[in-house]
Design a protein around this ligand. Structure first.
Ligand code: SF4
Length: 283
């Protein structure tokens, strides 16, 4: 029931909005206002668990004026409570009708978006006008080293914001299997290590069954070593370990039941870091 509820309220289309969408997020624990900088649905990763429907692509142009207008309308609707009266949230548990964050995520990779800096500048302006609990950039870390992205992170740091950086593997081969990206995983780790230290960091990890096979003990071990490589260099607030919650891109991918997920990740608890688990469609 719970997963169905998340499914119903995670639609990235809201009215006729192009870039801003309200969702009830399991990882945020309430209302997350999403900003989609990739209406074109193009991503440099091709994660096998991605739920973005890439059969419905559109143009890549982001009209920042419209994005700003949509954000303004949505923040006003949150402020006067009218958003929570929308039919989308009719069956939502009242405890979840709490504004938790603005998340720059969407259908592609925000750290390589040419619109990220301007979006942060818009948020900086709105931060003075509205109560914004938290700003999060959900990212696969591929664009962290770009100069314009670093400028965006400077603003994110001023806004006390967070990055949730994706790390779904420990070995190069599993990284390529899961994320379908052929760069070195070492480069991804380096990008995460070098992230502006003023920006709070969480690691987000999706584990799943691939052709009914769980991540191996060795893979979890190598993943743990990757986490250590990161925390040796910079602070990580939390590791979010989750599994498939919505229909994935590939049919051979399945969710891991929550208890099983915790069992296979037990060795990670030797690392001095907070780990939170999130159940998926197998529970
Ligand atoms: S990085 Fe995110 S948007 Fe891109 S393919 Fe992976 S899950 Fe999908």
């Amino acid at each position: 029931m719970k997963n169905q509820y998340y499914k119903n309220t995670h639609d990235r289309n809201f009215e006729n909005f192009k870039y801003v969408y309200p969702v009830i997020s399991r990882r945020s624990g309430g209302l997350s206002l999403g900003i989609n900088l990739n209406p074109d649905k193009i991503c440099n990763f091709g994660c096998i668990y991605c739920q973005v429907n890439r059969n419905q692509m559109s143009k890549h142009i982001v009209n920042l004026e419209i994005l700003e207008q949509e954000l303004n309308i949505m923040l006003e609707m949150i402020q006067d409570n009218s958003l929570f009266l929308h039919e989308r949230f009719q069956n939502t548990d009242e405890s979840k009708l709490v504004f938790k964050d603005i998340a720059i995520a969407g259908d592609g990779e925000p750290s390589v978006s040419k619109y990220l800096l301007e979006t942060l500048q818009i948020l900086q302006k709105f931060n003075k006008l509205f109560h914004i609990p938290k700003i999060v950039i959900i990212s696969n870390a591929t664009g962290f080293q770009r100069e314009k992205t670093k400028e965006a992170f400077k603003i994110l740091a001023l806004l006390n914001g967070e990055v949730w950086a994706k790390l779904d593997a420990g070995t190069q081969s599993y990284f390529e299997t899961i994320n379908q990206y052929s760069t070195s995983i070492n480069k991804i780790i380096k990008n995460i290590q070098d992230l502006n230290p003023q920006v709070k960091l969480q690691i987000q990890t999706c584990f799943m069954k691939v052709n009914q096979v769980l991540p191996s003990t060795e893979e979890i071990h190598q993943y743990g070593l990757r986490l250590k490589e990161i925390i040796d260099v910079r602070k990580v607030d939390t590791v979010q370990i989750y599994t498939i919650a919505r229909d994935p891109a590939e049919k051979y991918v399945d969710a891991i039941p929550l208890q099983k997920l915790k069992d296979i990740c037990k060795p990670l608890h030797q690392i001095d870091i907070q780990i939170d688990y999130y159940s998926g469609s197998a529970n």
